[in-house]
Design a protein around this ligand. Structure first.
Ligand SMILES: *Cc1c(COP(=O)(O)O)cnc(C)c1O
Length: 407
């Protein structure tokens, strides 16, 4: 069978435009001149405070705080639960650089926990390392939720405080519980490649009065914390207001104005992502040499990106697949590369962390290919992308079948 190979011409980094009502809201903020979150009239609820109320309501949390970035939210969360320089903090070996970066940013030391073939944190490895730290910064990397019931049992039994990095799970849930609600704190990013787009920004949720009081003060509230959208009782600030340093990282009214109309549509957007994911997944299923990640029934995930494994393929064959797909317009990222590239890096390239080798994790990372699914892709685009991957994986598999032996 011959003919011109199909080429995909869409952009993997092209987001949808900001909705018109969000643009109107942003223009109204600019016309008012009141961009700073505390620059509001006496009884006015500013855009940031309103966003906090709406995000708390969306997640079911008592409190929400809007900040400058997802990474800032992670750092504030660590400080708010009392992590100090020199402390060890458990975290995922499979994550993105801002996660170990947030831990290093407070002078603490990441202790990596391995990843399973389901791309979730290895709960046996977590249980084995539970005695090494009193905090787990859990990254729901690429939207894969571990068994949160078992994870919380392990952490509760060991007295470990859980901070959830929900950069890829805003809108997701485990057995109906919104992602970010199992741990003491949930942190989210509203950077352009996440589920809400303000360019930059972050959100932090908790039910804990003391934690939220400290997080608000940390974010740079001065003594204006009473103007927040969701405010703990005064008693929670009584000592904290003298003890907690101001480490400015506030959100501004302009970004909050852009976010509020997007939040109102978040569930519909999440459903649209997952439809795209399921289309690519269906197209990849049954391809020789490809392992599709099976999603547990308990997990409601948001398919804003998709991963698949080329388990035990030689590195050269994996990079050949990536190169061949790229020539046909399909951008795959590989987590097995020894050099950090683009947004993708590996636990052993964060050399500021004294990491012991994790052979089982290395085997999974060397097999992991990753692809964004922006909402600017149609379902037809997704079907085409899957056909291209399937064909190129097939070509490499057939050419080198004899070489593909378990490592
Ligand atoms: C994007 C991201 C963050 C941090 O978010 P920023 O808003 O970019 O600081 C944290 N964790 C993961 C897994 C991310 O992808």
């Amino acid at each position: 069978m011959t003919g011109t190979p199909e080429i995909f011409t869409g952009s993997f980094t092209r987001q949808e435009p900001i909705p018109e009502d969000a643009i109107d809201a942003a223009i109204a903020v600019m016309r008012s001149g009141r961009l700073h979150r505390y620059n509001v009239a006496a009884d006015e609820i500013g855009e940031v405070a309103a966003l906090e109320q709406e995000f708390a309501a969306y997640t079911g949390a008592k409190y929400a705080l809007a900040v400058a970035s997802g990474g800032y939210a992670l750092g504030a969360a660590l400080r708010a639960v009392g992590v100090e320089p020199g402390d060890r903090v458990l975290t995922n070996a499979f994550t993105l650089a801002p996660v170990p970066g947030a831990i290093a940013g407070v002078g603490a030391v990441p202790v990596f926990v391995g990843v399973t073939g389901a791309l979730t944190i290895d709960l046996d490895d977590l249980a084995a390392k539970a005695g090494q730290a009193r905090v787990l910064m859990l990254s729901h990397m690429r939207g894969h939720l571990a068994n949160m019931d078992r994870l919380m049992q392990i952490c509760d039994a060991a007295g470990i405080t859980v901070i959830e990095d929900c950069a890829h799970t805003m809108g997701a849930a485990w057995r109906g519980r919104k992602s970010g609600r199992d741990g003491r704190i949930g942190c989210y990013s509203v950077q352009s490649y996440k589920h809400l787009n303000a360019g930059e920004g972050g959100l932090l949720i908790t039910d804990d009065d003391e934690v939220m009081a400290r997080a608000i003060l940390l974010s740079g509230s001065y003594m204006l914390y009473g103007r927040h959208g969701t405010v703990p009782p005064d008693a929670a600030f009584e000592h904290a207001k003298y003890d907690v340093p101001n480490i400015s990282g506030r959100m501004d009214n302009l970004r909050a104005a852009i976010l509020r109309p997007q939040l109102a549509r978040l569930d519909a957007q999440c459903a649209a992502w997952t439809e795209r994911y399921r289309t690519v997944e269906a197209g990849l299923r049954g391809t020789a040499g490809v392992t599709v990640i099976e999603r547990p029934d308990e997990e409601s995930f948001v398919g804003s990106s998709i991963q698949f494994l080329l388990m035990d393929w030689p590195d050269a064959a994996v990079t050949e697949v990536v190169a061949r797909c790229a020539r046909r317009g399909v951008q795959l990222k590989w987590f097995g590369g020894t050099e950090p590239e683009g947004y993708t890096s590996r636990y052993d390239s964060w050399r500021y962390v004294p990491a012991a080798p994790l052979p089982a994790t290395d085997r999974v990372l060397r097999a992991t290919l990753d692809m964004r699914l922006p909402l600017t892709f149609t379902l037809e685009d997704c079907a085409l992308i899957a056909r291209i991957i399937r064909a190129e994986v097939g070509a490499v598999w057939q050419a080198g079948a004899a070489d593909v032996t378990p490592a």
